[in-house]
Design a protein around this ligand. Structure first.
Ligand code: GTP
Ligand code: MG
Length: 77
């Protein structure tokens, strides 16, 4: 596993009103960024960050979640 220096790390928060697409946006970013092999969908219960069975069943986020994302330039640099 690559060890990142502090100056290579960015922390990005996604905040917004309920049901505005935060979880789907993060899922799409993770997929287009090469972090996930599938494009996870809230409607199908396949996102990385809505992993809890209640979140999957109700199609809403119940807890905040972390999602690591390695930019290719840094991941392979
Ligand atoms: N058509 C369309 N639907 C979207 C888009 N983004 C999200 N949705 C839908 O909008 C609904 C809410 O999306 P979520 O990503 O769960 O929204 P959220 O802000 O994470 O919701 P909470 O975690 O419950 O606050 C879901 O049914 C998504 O499929 C989009 O860009 N286009
Ligand atoms: Mg959500």
């Amino acid at each position: 596993m690559k060890i990142y220096k502090t100056e290579e790390i960015r922390n990005v928060g996604i905040a917004g009103h309920g049901d505005t697409g935060k979880t789907q946006l993060v899922s799409s970013l993770l997929h287009t960024g090469g972090m996930t092999p599938r494009w996870g969908k809230v409607t199908e219960g396949t996102t990385v960050t809505d992993w809890d069975e209640e979140e999957i069943a109700r199609k809403i986020s119940i807890q905040s979640a972390l999602a690591p994302w390695a930019f290719r330039a840094l991941a392979h640099g």
